[in-house]
Design a protein around this ligand. Structure first.
Ligand code: WT7
Length: 650
């Protein structure tokens, strides 16, 4: 990471928006940005209320914002329906035949849905859910791969007022079980299997294992996808195609009138300690925030074709594959598989095939594809592209330049968008027609957002001084609480400074540009995925041979960060390479393949304070191969450090 920080400290290149963007984008200049920004933060309530008028309300709100003892409420007294705003409202505006989704499977099948067709599918699915007994405010767990049924199921939940909780299909049965148990879901929507790199992943088998310990789940809806053999439990499991084709399932479903602050969805994400937390987003504020950010940051126009490579199982997919784009009436490309299947030009082929104009991906994908060489993109026609975006982790300037030169042919602005599961939508970002870009910087706050960098004591950091990134005012898309755990919400996000603590460190340069430097907590960003140290450590310790474990990040060329595990074995257990492999497999099975450690070092002792706390800071220095440990004299046994460093896994 330090190499990365060195390179961004030396980064002085600036790229200005093209004439065309100046002329035709929603926000056309820094002058316009500054004028609107100033107004938006002087009176955020007036700003957001103005924008909220673009949505269709069954009843308008009484009050824009209220702070209810630290829990923020937006648009109270207002009623709307999110699926109505993403479908019926768009159809009413004359776009019934516009393509909403273009879906491509890994093996190359495609399906297209117009807004009208999508509404029908959503309504039929909603009627199926109702028939199974689903009601307003029930939690519905969704464990599906990137197939059209995933957004359809989400919108169906939104239509009937049920709360969806999507679990990334790459997660293990244990991870699914934890999430179902925490959310008390009553219904599960899954598929027989999913495809990745040509192989079948047994989703339903995983779900069956999880459900043994999830008594709250009464019914399971199964989408036929991979045709792998599965078991269907009588009176619990139902094929979607059977349910949806029944005579009494109608093509229309009346949208429930939802209060602005009713729950829309829960999405689990990792934190510093313990199990993942259920981040709760509600109806109106979330919808408004993703609607407005999508519109201006991606500068969406009626003829754009937008392709976001994220999985809908993460917040990026919720906000910028489903709710943001659909509420803008956009055409969205959704791809099921791996970026390198069958060859490393898969994304570029998709861009070429569908004339994609806006492309949004993660730095890890850019680095991985850049490594495959320029021929792959150069051999495809990328001339339809006009705007590029990145999200998930800091982008190193080299990867940024490759993206800009080789993919964007120096024509396309890059929006480096900083945000989090908790923020609901993008908070720090360039606006493509206005903001001069500096490679590696997410640039400036979006309208209505007051971001700052603070020192440990809460005072403002100097120009270019690193510190805690905070957001000083509420915004409509912010999380409302941690599901079942309001104390954790207050403690994690507001206790330290009394304003929203992001968990990231950052600095602000002399031009007011934000440079994100990484996490300040025990969260590791592996290939842009958020992994909590505690989850991986408890997976390791749950193995019969392991007494203790500590994990830390180390820099990785493609993934940005990867996981280095220090493992103390129980006495009498033999250290072997086979055991290392077994432990990696064990983590993969208990959390998911994305959490698998790249390196494991057996350690007879770990550096601990006299009170027994493991000093991960020191382990991180060892894993990086550095010797700048800082003060180690507070350790119970300082000699541990040298032994560990000597046996480091290179
Ligand atoms: C964390 C949030 C937001 C959608 C995907 C990730 C890191 C995110 C950037 C960026 C530098 C970034 C931060 C943040 N992050 N975007 N543009 N530049 N870092 O959501 O899984 O909740 O992770 O991702 O560390 O806190 P998430």
């Amino acid at each position: 990471m330090s190499e990365f920080i060195d390179s961004i400290l030396k980064e002085h290149r600036v790229f200005f928006p093209s004439e065309e963007f100046h002329r035709s984008s929603h926000i056309k200049s820094m002058k316009e940005y500054s004028r609107i920004y100033k107004k938006s933060v002087e009176n955020p309530e007036a700003f957001w209320a103005g924008k909220a008028n673009h949505l269709e309300w069954f009843k308008k709100w009484d009050i824009v914002l209220r702070n209810d003892m630290g829990f923020f409420k937006w648009f109270e007294g207002g009623y709307l329906n999110v699926s109505f705003n993403c479908l019926d409202r768009i159809i009413k505006s004359g776009k019934k035949d516009k393509i909403a989704f273009i879906w491509e499977s890994e093996s190359g099948e495609t399906k297209k849905y117009t807004y009208e067709q999508l509404l029908k599918e959503v309504c039929r699915f909603a009627n199926v859910l109702k028939k199974l007994g689903a009601k307003r405010s029930h939690v519905i767990e969704i464990y599906l791969p990137m197939i059209p049924e995933l957004p359809i199921a989400m919108l169906a939940c939104a239509r009937i007022g049920a709360i969806h909780s999507v679990v990334f299909a790459g997660f293990s049965s244990d991870a699914l079980k934890d999430r179902i148990q925490d959310s008390n879901a009553e219904l599960l929507i899954t598929a027989d299997g999913s495809f990745r790199n040509g192989k079948v992943f047994p989703l339903k088998d995983n779900a069956d294992i999880a459900l043994k310990e999830c008594p709250t789940i009464k019914s399971v809806v199964v989408v036929k996808r991979a045709n792998n053999k599965i078991e269907m439990q009588n009176n619990r499991d139902f094929w979607l195609h059977d349910l949806v084709s029944q005579d009494d399932i109608k093509d229309f479903c009346e949208p429930e009138s939802m209060h602005s602050e009713d729950s829309l969805f829960i999405l689990y994400t990792s934190g510093t300690t313990g199990k993942p937390k259920g981040i709760l987003h509600t109806q109106a504020g979330y919808l408004l925030f993703v609607y407005q950010t999508f519109k201006w940051i991606f500068d969406i126009k009626d003829n754009d074709v937008y392709f976001c490579t994220a999985d809908i199982g993460w917040i990026t997919g919720h906000s910028y594959i489903v709710y943001g784009p659909l509420s803008n009436g956009a055409t969205v490309v959704m791809y099921e598989g791996s970026p390198t299947f069958p060859k490393p030009d898969r994304f570029w082929k998709i861009v070429e095939k569908y004339n994609v104009t806006i492309f949004y991906t993660a730095p890890t994908a850019i680095r991985a594809l850049a490594k495959e060489g320029d021929d792959w993109p150069n051999k495809t026609n990328l001339s339809s592209l006009r705007l590029l975006g990145t999200v998930g982790e800091p982008i190193n300037p080299e990867a940024w330049m490759w993206y800009h030169n080789v993919i964007g042919k120096k024509r396309c602005p890059i929006v480096d968008t900083w945000w989090q599961t908790e923020t609901g939508g993008i908070l720090i970002t360039p606006l493509p027609g206005a903001t001069p870009l500096k490679p590696g910087s997410a640039t400036k706050p979006f309208f209505g957002i007051i971001a700052d960098v603070l020192r440990e004591d809460g005072t403002k950091a100097n120009v270019n001084e690193g510190g805690y990134l905070v957001i000083k005012n509420p915004w409509p898309g912010m999380l409302r609480t941690v599901w079942n755990n309001p104390d954790r919400y207050k403690h994690t996000y507001f206790e330290k400074f009394g304003v929203y603590l992001t968990g990231d460190s950052a600095r602000i340069d002399e031009d007011g540009y934000f440079w994100i430097m990484g996490r300040t907590d025990d969260v590791i960003k592996v290939a842009g995925h958020r992994i909590g140290s505690a989850e991986v450590e408890s997976a390791l310790v749950s193995h019969k041979s392991v007494a203790e474990a500590a994990i830390v990040p180390f820099p990785h060329e493609i993934k940005g960060q990867a996981i280095y595990a220090f493992v103390t074995l129980k006495s009498g257990v033999k250290k072997s390479d086979e055991l290392k492999e077994e432990l990696k497999k064990h983590v993969s099975q208990s959390v998911g393949p994305i959490a698998k450690p790249d390196k494991i070092q057996f350690a007879d002792d770990l550096p601990k304070t006299r009170s027994g706390k493991i000093m991960r800071r020191i382990l991180k220095v060892i894993a990086e191969g550095s010797t700048e440990y800082g003060n180690i004299m507070t350790l119970a046994d300082p000699s541990v450090v040298e032994v560990l460093a000597k046996n480091r896994v290179a």
